[in-house]
Design a protein around this ligand. Structure first.
Ligand code: AMP
Ligand code: ZN
Length: 485
């Protein structure tokens, strides 16, 4: 890009939009909190990674050399984000009488499948928490004397030992007392476990020796350790869902301050990262999305119902990442229709463009600049999508140049617009009882009947398809001849 605009990102730590200024010139180092692999991710979780992917793609688009790390939490995350409840992984393993390691492998692979289906680029590194336990123990040893204290249940971090604890959450140290399970002897309600000792007489599937006894690391420790080890403090951007702004990230920041011996958070770099970014939640009409209540909204459920996963990606992009987004099947259907229209228009362009080289010409300079302006304004994807619509609608331009402009924009949006085909978008729902080849054959017969003006037979064939759950769509403006409603 010739004159890229400055990228402005909203920093949760300062609650301000700020021009992005990399720690290492020309580079962007980003860490995203990954999933806890005790269950399948729901589509709300996946919204967090669509957001992180758009951020990463934008940084690449702007010419920064990106290093993105996403972790896999396979130890330490309790059923409550603070120190209450059981370890999610241990609980899942006990409930299913399986080894934690098998559970972690299964759900990590399921998560990676969703990542690929949503066209989320693989990060430079997936860091697996259990691979970093020795480093976690070393990190804890470094901060233990000045910032921690030991209780019979474990090693705890004293949140009063660092400047501005909780600034990210805009919370007072003792706020949320009711929420946090009381541990006898804690100095502040918000103090949290760095190391959890295995209770006497118990053994856990996942436990390691440490100077504080056999046990397992606290959840917050892993992200401080892996982000510092892989990206170096301070790095550029740390991302996560908005829930992490309240407990997990303030605790990571406190650990980073302790480890790096940094002071007040009026300088964001003292937190370990210059910018902290949080995506808002995907919600259901009934409230918060959960993995346990009602229908479990996995990406695979959407696919089983006939929706292409990239329709869900587009649905995410239609909202700003800092806005709450309500999931509905109607909304998903509308996003699928929008995607079909784009793919249809682009297929026609491809037919016209032939083999010509796809570079956007000067006629697209203004539109591409407006796209850049939208994305530079704290990743305004809804606005960027309207610019894409304008590019697709532009008349009297060379089709190859137009494809070039679309490719440029899609490198950020990641909708696979240049390769996605109409047939791929039409996924057969799992419940369908008829295969595509048979549908094609019946439709061919029906076309022949209509050509012979045998309308009775044509209607009978349509009814035959209807009985198999397939709706024939004569004259559909998108060029689809059937669908499974
Ligand atoms: P978890 O596996 O629970 O650690 O969550 C993985 C990521 O998904 C974290 O960044 C969470 O903040 C984020 N997240 C959880 N629920 C939602 C939701 N409903 N919408 C968007 N992001 C979410
Ligand atoms: Zn984390």
């Amino acid at each position: 890009m010739i004159n890229p605009r400055p990228l402005v990102l909203f920093n949760s730590l300062t609650r301000q939009p700020e021009p992005f200024s990399p720690v290492h010139p020309g580079e962007a180092r980003v860490y995203s909190c990954g999933p806890t692999v005790y269950n399948y991710p729901h589509i709300g979780n996946m919204r967090a990674y669509v957001f992180a992917d758009v951020l990463g793609r934008t940084l690449s688009y702007k010419g920064y050399a990106l290093t993105h790390v996403i972790n896999i939490t396979d130890v330490g995350h309790l059923t409550d984000d603070a120190d209450a409840g059981e370890d999610k992984m241990e609980a899942a393993a006990a409930a299913r009488a399986q080894s934690i390691w098998d559970i972690a492998r299964h759900y990590t692979e399921a998560y990676w499948a969703d990542i690929a289906a949503l066209n989320i680029r693989a990060p430079a590194q997936w860091s697996i928490a259990t691979h970093y336990v020795p480093q976690m123990i070393e990190f804890a040893k470094t901060i233990a004397e000045r910032h921690c204290y030991e209780l019979p249940t474990g090693l705890y971090f004293d949140v009063g030992s660092v400047a501005d604890y909780g600034r990210l959450a805009r919370a007072q140290t003792d706020e949320g007392e009711g929420r946090i399970e009381e541990v006898e002897g804690k100095r502040h309600a918000a103090d949290f476990a760095i190391w959890r000792k295995t209770p006497p007489g118990e053994t856990r599937q996942m436990e390691w020796d440490s100077p504080w006894g056999r046990g397992a690391p606290g959840w917050h420790l892993e992200c401080s350790v892996m982000s510092g080890a892989l990206l170096g403090f301070p790095f550029d951007i740390h991302t996560g869902g908005i829930d992490h702004r309240e407990i997990h990230h303030p605790n990571e920041i406190a650990q980073n301050q302790a480890f790096c011996c940094t002071g007040s958070l009026t300088d964001p770099a003292n937190s370990g990262a210059r910018v902290w970014m949080h995506n808002n939640f995907l919600v259901e009409r009934s409230g918060k999305m959960s993995k346990s209540s009602g229908e479990f909204l996995r990406l695979q459920l959407l696919i089983d119902r006939g929706y292409h996963p990239l329709a869900y990606r587009l649905m995410c992009l239609q909202a700003h990442y800092r806005s709450e987004l309500e999931f509905s099947w109607e909304g998903l259907g509308a996003a699928l229709t929008r995607l079909k229209r784009l793919v249809l228009a682009i297929a026609q362009l491809r037919d016209r463009a032939g083999e010509a080289d796809a570079t956007p010409g000067p006629k697209f300079a203004d539109l591409l600049d407006r796209f850049d302006a939208a994305i530079s304004e704290d990743l305004n994807t809804p606005l960027a999508l309207t610019v894409l619509d304008e590019i697709v609608a532009l008349k009297k331009v060379d089709p190859a140049e137009k494809l070039g402009a679309i490719a440029n924009v899609d490198s950020v949006l990641g909708l696979n617009l240049l390769t996605l085909s109409r047939t791929e978008l039409r996924i057969r729902p799992m419940a369908a009882v008829i295969d595509e080849q048979t549908i094609g054959e019946v439709l061919d017969d029906r076309r022949a009947a209509r050509a012979d003006k045998d309308f009775a037979r044509s209607d009978a064939l349509r009814d035959e398809l209807a009985a198999a759950g397939v709706e024939v769509m004569d004259g559909d403006p998108l060029g689809w001849d059937w669908r499974v409603p």
